[in-house]
Design a binder for this molecule. Structure first.
Ligand code: CA
Length: 229
């Protein structure tokens, strides 16, 4: 069951939110002080946090900031003052949503569900499905950004690594140099598609036994490159 933490010092509001959320099938805990809320948020795992701004102990600004340093739990910040909401939006504290009190409990429930769904989708799509890529003699550890060629760790520059990993993750597909440049180098980068050629050459020197007869990254003349599996 999804667990929600409500950090709210006004008891009637906290209880009302809790009732509605429980009716919707959530498990709910209330912290009526900022310091208590922060401690629970940091030490326990919640699926979502509803955070009031003005609180005794520690205020919502600080709580949000501290949670975000360590956790991605969705946070909905609430305040009675619209001005405050505008202010916190501008601060970029990392909250996922903002609501001005009073709000209808059903609106709160709707937003809670929406954020939880989005977060769960994010988690499942972000699950390391391919943390380690292994293609014949090449092993790429994506978490550590390390590469082994025939069992020997080999150093790659950031862009070489990005390019190699991108190609290896999309095997047997031909990419033009333009596509690769757009994919690996951001728009502000100085350079052009010749950069791609240079990087492919350097990667080949590190992974290929014979660069004249590449076994991994093939040149498709007049088109581009493809990683052969
Ligand atoms: Ca308050």
């Amino acid at each position: 069951m999804s667990k929600i933490l409500i950090v709210e010092d006004e008891e009637s509001i906290a209880e009302l939110e809790k009732d509605y959320l429980e009716l919707s099938g959530f498990e709910v805990e209330i912290a009526n002080r900022g310091d208590i809320g922060l401690e629970r948020a940091m030490n326990e795992d919640y699926d979502l946090i509803i955070l009031d701004l003005m609180l005794p102990g520690v205020d919502g600004f600080d709580i949000c900031r501290q949670i975000r340093r360590e956790k991605n739990t969705p946070i909905i910040m609430v305040s009675a003052k619209k001005d405050d909401i505008d202010k916190i939006r501008g601060l970029g504290l990392g909250a996922d949503d903002y609501m001005t009190k009073p709000f209808s409990p059903s609106e709160l429930v709707a937003r809670v569900k929406a954020h939880m769904d989005r977060y769960n989708r994010l988690i499942s799509s972000g699950m390391p499905k391919n943390d380690v890529l292994e293609i014949r003699g090449i092993k790429i550890d994506k978490t550590a950004r390390r590469v082994w060629v025939n069992g020997e760790e080999t150093a790659f520059t950031t862009k070489e690594y990005d390019l190699l990993t991108f190609l290896a993750e999309n095997p047997n597909r031909v990419f033009t140099k333009e596509e690769l440049f757009r994919e690996i180098w951001d728009m502000e980068s100085v350079g052009d598609i010749a950069t791609v050629t240079v990087h492919i050459k350097k990667i080949r020197e590190k992974i290929e036994f014979n660069t004249a007869k590449p076994q991994y990254i093939e040149t498709i003349w007049g088109v581009g490159y493809r990683f052969k599996v």
